[in-house]
Ligand binder design. Sequence first.
Ligand SMILES: *Cc1c(COP(=O)(O)O)cnc(C)c1O
Length: 321
Amino acid sequence: MAFSSGMAAISAVFDLFGQGDHFIVDEDLYGGSVRLFEQLAQRCGMEFTTIDISTGDIAPYLRANTKAVYLETPTNPMMHVTDLKKLSAITKAHGLLLIVDNTFLSPYFQNPLDLGADIVVHSGTKFLAGHHDTIGGFAVVKDAGLAEKLRTISKSVGSALAPFDCWLVIRGIRTLAVRMDRAAQNAQAIAAYLQKSPYVTRVIYPGLPDHPGHKIMQEQARGYGAMISFEVVSAAFARSILENVELFYFAESLGGTETLITYPITQTHADVPKTLLEKNGINDRLLRLSVGIEGERDLIDEFERVFALAAMKTGAEKIQK
Ligand SMILES: *Cc1c(COP(=O)(O)O)cnc(C)c1O
């Protein structure tokens, strides 16, 4: 079912539940989802337990009123990977719904329904539409009863996607495969470049063999996606990069043809509580990239240029690699 935004799709899914229901949700999520869950807790008396689901160990958090488990894999922005088949065996055994936000990989790289999920949500605004020119969202289910309930919610609250935006998303999906392949290929090259850079202290990309979720991704996905998070030597260095990029844009959102660079701590995750930010490692040196489909050489050249500029402006010293 198509909704007016990714958040409208996620809201509709939570409209399936009511007061007193309990959910286990991942601690590293899209900031808007964190905000929605806080509101649902305050206004509607729903209960949320926030944990690192990628450990697979949800049993200690189950309650009699637990209804569903909600996560992204890889997560935003720390790229934790969860083994969906293993998790779905646990949720099935306890009669819980497994809800997966599959925005980061899109259906081209990963199909959570085939891995045991009950509900998949997407922000269609991102890779599916792919051009930063519309907003849309999707909820995907196998079960006919769930589908009927979601359809009724969509009609009742009026959150369906408008015809013109449907057309834009359909047009975007026609090139989804070539865009995803190219963006992922660029991302792999940039991740390798960043790993070697003397100004980068950490690179988080599931396509790198040393990423803890690399093996699981090989089994449950067909690609590693185009999202990379990385830490630079200082907050001043990070800010200088953001001030000086030209080929790509300092902007929120993701999944379009152009590369975007984001500062999670003041942008996408500004509404996430400080304690959770610290626990998750979202600090003022962390930047997130949504890699686009530009020429690989151009992208690497742009990094070389902004890194050299940032090093000069901040007096950063090179670290040994
Ligand atoms: C953007 C995004 C959303 C929300 O989608 P909108 O279409 O912007 O409402 C949800 N989940 C993830 C992972 C996202 O990146």
